[in-house]
Design a protein around this ligand. Sequence first.
Ligand code: PAF
Length: 303
Amino acid sequence: MNTGQAHWHILGAGAIGSLFADALSTDGRQVSLILRDGVHGKIRTQAVERGDLVSEKHFKTTGPRGHTGISHLLVTTKAYDVCSAIDSVVHRLNPDCNIVLLSNGMGFQEQVLASLPSLNIYCGTTTEGAHLLAAGHVRHAGSGETRIGRAAKIADDRRPLWFHQWERAIDNSVWDSDIQPALWTKLAINCVINPLTALNRCHNGELGASKSLANQVAPLRDEIAAVCRAQGHAEIAEALPRITAAVIQATSDNRSSMLQDIDAGRLTEIDYITGYLLEVADQHSIDTPLNRALFEAIKSRAH
Ligand code: PAF
């Protein structure tokens, strides 16, 4: 069994990965970064800005091909990279490895569970705000909440030993004995905000401030609510108007991750956001024409 002395390997050292690496290492955990072009043993300096304070840390890096075993793996890559990134280190995963999936979107959790059924797979969602100012330099834009639970439903839903360290290291980290409602809430919010802001090239706040955009939000949200309800999340469906309005307001100055991806010429996570919603809608024979139109519009813009 894994003891509490976790050595965390971080796969995906973007804004969120760097923020968590910094927090875990501040708490005294050993943390290594797995970089695509990483050279075993090479040190990478990472800076995290919080207001006027800048914390600089030096992390060991390794490439995927390294030889040392991995006992605790935090995955914060883009959704479409999760499976291939884990695949690239699969030969290094200890037989009782703990893997935490903290990427946006849904769908990859089931894929990882199916491909690694004997490992301990956890997943979650975070509303921590962070963005990369440059490679290895992150700004913490706002505190949020991080919810983690087991990816598979099993009888033992107690928090694992390593999570006690997370509770200390990561502000507002919460163990969820059923993580599905948290994942669905985040998915629903992303389905509303991400494609609309990406296609209209606007900050999140415009979805509340502009009458024509606000008029698009309401019917889109209703389609998403119908899928949540069919999936057994009636409470999310009921709360969705209030939750989306609150997130739009709280993140009004943000450019959504999908808008940023399109601007940077990256793939978007649409397959794991609206694409996942459409799959579930189809399973329940629910019509979601507005979501489908946004999905297709994003697909035709992005790669
Ligand atoms: O993907 C994003 O950009 C974020 O999840 C959210 C909540 C929509 C805020 O920008």
